[in-house]
Design a protein around this ligand. Sequence first.
Ligand code: UDX
Ligand code: UDX
Length: 479
Amino acid sequence: MDKNTDFNDMTARKILCIGAGYVGGPTMAVIAHQCPDCRVTVVDVNAERISAWNSETLPVYEPGLDAVVRAARGRNLFFSTDIAGGIRANDIIFVSVNTPTKTFGAGAGMAADLQYWEKTAREILEYAESPKIVIEKSTLPVKTALAMERILNSRGGDVRFDVLSNPEFLAEGTAIRDLENPDRVLIGSRETAAGLAARRVLEDIYARWVPRERILTSNIWSAELSKLVSNAFLAQRISSINAVSALCEKTEANVTEVARAVGMDGRIGPKFLNASIGFGGSCFKKDILNLVYLCRTYGLDDVAAYWEGVVAINEYQKERFVLNMMAAMFNSLAGKRIALYGFAFKADTGDTRESPAIFVAERLLAERAEVVITDPQALPNARIWAQGLTDRGAGSLFETGAGPKIAFVEDPAAAAAGCHALAVMTEWPLYRGLDYERIFRTMIQPAFLFDGRNVLDHERLHAIGFNVYPIGRPPLTHF
Ligand code: UDX
Ligand code: UDX
């Protein structure tokens, strides 16, 4: 094909995704499922991850994912480590490699680390022999597409590349539902004839199952920025209600009642107003810091400070939770045993990236408490976290004398036995249905319960005998 070939003459699409993570895997599985005539291949440098995608135990826990993968895998959905072959054989290439926060050099702790992105762009350039539409799926700083275009066109060869931005808005735990029935799909492109043609190709793929009016198009920079801003707005709502939760605790107001009253204003809406121990997940903090860095880069220091406040409140909320635990438990946690109910950053996922439970666990260990961790899906990742502590040599910081300092217990009732306190970290529905009378009897008295998600029945737990500390509501104690 020559450089000017457009993609309109291709009906059955050959699609590649580079990056088989929480985003790439589920997104491609749904595209393959919805478009049986498209051939979808997902590649990754991580051979272990690819073999998990090809096995019965997928590397990502996501409700509904198993069924979608099972229906399409081997038919028109393939997982492979052959990145070069994938680039050669496919016309449409999604890039969904990770873009973590930079840990070194300029912008450390703020800017996105784009090294994997650039490496991927160079791989595409190296192996492409025919025209490609390259689609940014990863969340990226505004203008990354420009860098991508520059790399792809640096050889000045006869292969044509069109770069699109198609940010992913799925939330973990509801990824399949979000992908099958999205609020919107956003596709940004260059507003040139070639850019618009490439955009139509992608629009037509989504239009197989997404109503046309939900497929938004924009210029490429708006698309890139919209993703950062969407996440910043969502996180801002959580920080707003969490800030209010601190005030509620001082004033005997109830944050749930306040959120209900505020959320019934149609202009505000009821979603994302659950006060919590703080938001976690791979995106919110990273994307806001990215936005902050972007603002600073353009000299917009006041705008940067405004968004930075969202992250600051989140840190404050997590720290406040630990300090409340300490104050309630007679200002000493040393040698006390505390069960953490949940380790995932939210329910319905095994993902623990930026989970507030990690913050709490590390702070408790630093106070020389013992931590018992239970979670229906996240124990493998919790074990990796604990191993990381040991590898970093941080283990010695957490010496408590005899006995294990971190324990992993699958059964939540067993996890609580012999503990001084329970702390709910993740809103798994199963924690609502436990036999708390029995649990209470196995705990050391006075028994404390800290509900970091406000999901339990506090009055009932108080009646059983617990000293209950919710978020944003007065505590119910027996003192
Ligand atoms: C990633 C980004 O982190 C996020 O910013 C974006 O919005 C979507 O893609 P996620 O899928 O959750 O999110 O990341 P992760 O689960 O870490 O998956 C990324 C995958 O890319 C990993 O499996 C990694 O092995 C792979 N990868 C990374 C490559 O295949 N090649 C590389 O050069 C780097
Ligand atoms: C988020 C965005 O929702 C999604 O659109 C984007 O593509 C990726 O980032 P995710 O991080 O997977 O998705 O989950 P989300 O449901 O947004 O929850 C993020 C964090 O906020 C979790 O720790 C959750 O427990 C917390 N949260 C959410 C609250 O504390 N209160 C709320 O009311 C809602």
